[in-house]
Design a protein. Structure first.
Ligand code: GRF
Length: 181
């Protein structure tokens, strides 16, 4: 059975949905006070947190992450709201084994504010994308994506909620497929 690790920087609602459907070997957060760590505790998923600023540089930080992943024989790294760019140290150790979810229909609206950017652009539809992680920001090969409409009476909040609902469907579906391969 392939072993999965989930990386999250904050809230962790995607982690929660994933952990309710799959065995998650570990959660990693780059913030020691992230709410995802509380969710992990409630779900009895082992969690680890350390911050970039605690290391000499990003290479050392990512080397610590790679060691953690290797010690636990992780096969698939699932980024779910992990707000750091994956650097060459982690990427070269896990190339082709890291996936990310982005709250827009890539290549539309990459970056940290995919929902807000789509909203401000006045689109009539946006979406959600799961993709392989490469050295760029939201540039890796798309695995699966779905469209999400923006409805005429949407507020940013209702639009955002609909995007998140689509994430909670799409990410487990992709993970299920990858675990079956
Ligand atoms: C999600 O919208 C995800 O697409 C983006 O960051 C958000 C994380 O939310 N990359 P959560 O931490 O899973 O609640």
């Amino acid at each position: 059975m392939k072993k999965i690790a989930v990386f999250a920087s904050g809230n962790g609602s995607n982690f929660q949905v994933i952990a309710e459907q799959f065995q998650v070997e570990l959660v990693f957060s780059d913030h020691r006070d992230a709410y995802v760590l509380e969710r992990a505790q409630n779900l009895a998923v082992p969690s680890f947190a350390f911050e970039l600023k605690e290391f000499a540089d990003k290479v050392a930080y990512e080397q610590a992450i790679v060691t953690l992943l290797q010690e636990r024989a992780i096969d698939l790294v699932v980024l779910a709201g992990y707000m750091k760019i994956v650097g060459p140290t982690l990427l070269s150790a896990y190339e082709g084994r890291i996936i990310n979810i982005h709250p827009a229909y890539l290549p539309e609206f990459p970056g940290a504010h995919g929902i807000q950017d789509a909203w401000e652009a006045g689109v009539t539809e946006s979406g959600v994308t799961v993709h392989w992680v490469d050295a760029g920001v939201d540039t890796g090969q798309v695995i699966k994506q779905v469209r999400v409409p923006r409805l005429p009476d949407d507020s940013l909040e209702t639009f955002e909620a609909r995007i998140h609902e689509a994430e909670y469907e799409l990410y487990p579906a992709v993970i299920k497929e990858l675990l079956a391969e």
